[in-house]
Design a protein around this ligand. Structure first.
Ligand SMILES: *Cc1c(COP(=O)(O)O)cnc(C)c1O
Length: 383
């Protein structure tokens, strides 16, 4: 019996290679040639499925896509050059003229910018709703073609009751898409909860090593075929074979890494409750909403006014200042810096977040070392 939770056990099946190689080869080629005129003609006419060109198909990329489809319990998957390419290419593959999108409020900041800076000027109507509105006000889905979800949301990590939202969306014929990067397939499998399309920034937990930028979409065969045919082919933001190799390597340890991220996050959440400077901890855990089976290492903490946040950030030794998350190294992103982001406003600027909030990516360093670092920095940063 295959252990459902353990993605690592899926590897053998997908990667079986007659050569005995234990890792997939990196097939670094742009095109694939044909033995005969007839083979070439048959392929171009769609009668066979041999790879033609790496913009559309590549065996190293296909190995990663096969693993992701299994991990998310989907029929098929398609890789992209980045998480935002996966998001934009999926939305553009399904949007129709005059469509309306219902989106979660604290969506990933660049997803919000994609909606506002590219889709809205093309005439797409977009409305934003809190988790409570999505769960309790089904009228907001009337006439909505696409519900774009992210659960938990970015920065404040509000989780959604996905089975409930999926059920309401089905009643209105609304296609549901979810950004599942925070939970990874280890802690949440939205397709099994009734959601139509799952999207990941694979730059985060799936890669796990902060060494690649990539994205992936998992869904039914027809949905993935549509994305492949339209926006993968014609916008062309494909996943590269070398990046796919790194992601396949990342998937081997995803389960083990998520368990350690969870253990460290549990330790932080337990102890933070007793820290007087902490006003709020944003870190949904197992069973907080149906279908969420664990706590990832990406949390946020709201301090009271007695913490000098710049001083706190500079006093930390293990947490580096930076964007992104999900790798070995622990990171901190103060909300004030995110709120100061130049250019068209992002979702945190639009929907608000406390300036006393810090987002922390709890990495794979020793949990007690991380906690000692946190408390030491806090003691040095009293206002
Ligand atoms: C980082 C991130 C993205 C964007 O992914 P890239 O790989 O950076 O393009 C999308 N959604 C969430 C939740 C993210 O954290």
């Amino acid at each position: 019996m295959m252990n459902d939770q353990n993605i690592s056990t899926l590897m053998a099946e997908v990667l079986s290679d007659s050569s005995g190689a234990i890792t997939p080869p990196i097939v670094q080629t742009s095109l694939f040639s044909f033995d005969t005129y007839k083979d070439f003609e048959d392929r171009m006419a769609g009668r066979t499925n041999q790879a033609i060109y790496t913009r559309i198909q590549n065996p190293t990329v296909a190995a990663f896509e096969g693993l992701m489809a299994k991990a998310e319990h989907g029929e098929a998957a398609v890789g992209f050059a980045s998480g935002i390419a996966a998001i934009s290419s999926t939305l553009l593959a399904f949007l129709k003229p005059g469509d309306r999108i219902a989106c979660v409020e604290h969506v990933y900041p660049d997803t919000y910018r994609f909606m506002e800076r590219i889709l809205r000027p093309f005439g797409v109507e977009i409305s934003y709703h809190s988790a409570a509105e999505f769960e309790n006000n089904e009228d907001l889905l009337a006439g909505v073609g696409i519900a774009f979800l992210e659960s938990p949301s970015s920065v404040i990590f509000t989780p959604l009751n996905l089975p409930k939202v999926a059920q309401l969306a089905k009643r209105h014929g609304t296609l549901t898409m979810i950004d599942n990067s925070w939970a990874s397939p280890v802690f949440q499998r939205p397709l099994t909860l009734g959601i139509d399309i799952v999207i990941h920034s694979a730059s985060k937990y799936i890669s796990g090593h902060s060494d690649t930028v990539a994205g992936v979409v998992v869904s039914s065969q027809p949905h993935i075929a549509r994305i492949r045919d339209l926006t993968l082919s014609l916008l062309g933001a494909k996943l590269a074979p070398f990046e796919a190799f790194l992601l396949t390597r990342g998937l081997r340890t995803l389960n083990a890494r998520m368990m350690q991220h969870q253990a460290t996050a549990n330790l932080f959440v337990d102890r933070l409750a007793a820290v007087p400077q902490v006003v709020k901890i944003n870190s949904p855990g197992a069973n907080e909403v149906p279908g969420l089976t664990g706590r990832s290492g990406l949390i946020s903490i709201e301090f009271n006014d007695n913490v000098d946040i710049p001083k706190f950030c500079d006093a930390l030794k293990h947490f580096r200042l930076g964007v992104s998350w999900g790798g070995f190294e622990s990171l901190i992103l103060p909300a004030r810096v995110g709120l100061a982001q130049a250019g068209e406003k992002n979702s945190m600027q639009a929907f608000g977040v406390s300036p006393n909030l810090v987002r922390m990516s709890l990495g794979l360093e020793d949990a007690e070392d991380l906690w000692a670092d946190f408390m030491s920095a806090l003691s040095q940063s009293a206002t």
